[in-house]
Design a protein around this ligand. Structure first.
Ligand SMILES: [Zn+2]
Ligand SMILES: [Zn+2]
Length: 268
């Protein structure tokens, strides 16, 4: 692209990112209405619910601030921006589960919150993909990637993004070495003794057996959260369509639904 055109495209992107401010303003207005409602309603509410709805808003603002940085060439902000978006979504589900039990007015506010949130989510995630560039979806050639002698990565069967992994690491609590599982929604630690077994199963591409091993341990009762047993495949956060469930302000569980529609609880 000629330089002039490139600059123009960038200015346009910056302008679009700046305009998302209007949608965030609408979210802020709803957030303020909800806080006022929670402060004045007769229903018995928990003080923490006010913090929860504030966190929905502030996480969106943080994602947008990072997005502005990206439009100024700080593209390495993209992972943090996505983390804030996912955090915002989590707080939305929590806040929504609280508002739903506060009567008619709360239910109305909940749908306003969700509607304004979804516009922000859509605009920020679209610009993130535009600016950082949608990574080409490429199915990985291997199901297990040996990253080092002490670390294995499990890529998404569809796009190749790392969905989960196992590695040996040192605990900051007792300074001892453990085997860690790092997944989509959780991390878990296992005894270092298990590393040999897990790594050799991974070497042999036996994902189902690694899943069963995890399943049987109290550290990971639902097994590997990135794994669909029916497909015998690993998926990333997006391709496993991870949903977080909340019940009256309390965390309930995470569901995953794979591209073939297999749905299961991946974290409880
Ligand atoms: Zn994927
Ligand atoms: Zn499946």
């Amino acid at each position: 692209m000629p330089r002039k055109k490139k600059v123009k495209a960038k200015d346009k992107a910056r302008e679009r990112v700046w305009k998302i401010r209007d949608s965030i303003q609408k979210l802020e207005d709803v957030k303020d209405k909800i806080i006022e409602f929670l402060n004045t309603t007769d229903e018995s509410i928990d003080e923490a619910w006010i913090t929860d709805v504030k966190e929905v808003y502030f996480s969106i603002v943080s994602a947008w601030e990072l997005l502005k940085g990206i439009s100024d060439d700080r593209t390495h902000y993209d992972k943090s921006a996505w983390s804030y978006l996912i955090l915002a979504k989590s707080r939305l589900e929590q806040s929504s589960s609280e508002l739903k039990i506060t009567g008619k007015d709360g239910i109305k506010l909940e749908s306003e919150l969700r509607a304004t949130f979804e516009v922000c989510w859509e605009q920020i995630s679209t610009e993130l993909e535009n600016l950082v560039g949608k990574e080409e979806h490429k199915a990985p050639t291997q199901r297990v990637i040996k990253y080092s002698d002490e670390e294995y990565h499990l890529p998404c069967a569809i796009c190749g993004e790392v969905g989960a992994g196992f590695k040996i690491g040192v605990s900051s609590i007792d300074g001892k070495k453990y085997l860690y599982y790092i997944g989509l929604t959780t991390t878990a630690s296992f005894s270092l003794k298990d590393a040999k077994k897990v790594f050799s199963l991974l070497e042999e591409d036996k994902l189902a057996e690694v899943h069963d091993f995890a399943h049987e341990s109290p550290a990971l009762e639902e097994g590997m959260d990135a794994y669909c047993p029916k497909c015998d495949k690993i998926y990333c956060y997006n391709h496993y369509n991870v949903e977080e469930k909340w019940d009256e302000g309390w965390y309930d569980c995470h569901y995953g639904t794979c591209p073939l529609g297999h749905r299961r609880i991946i974290l409880d």
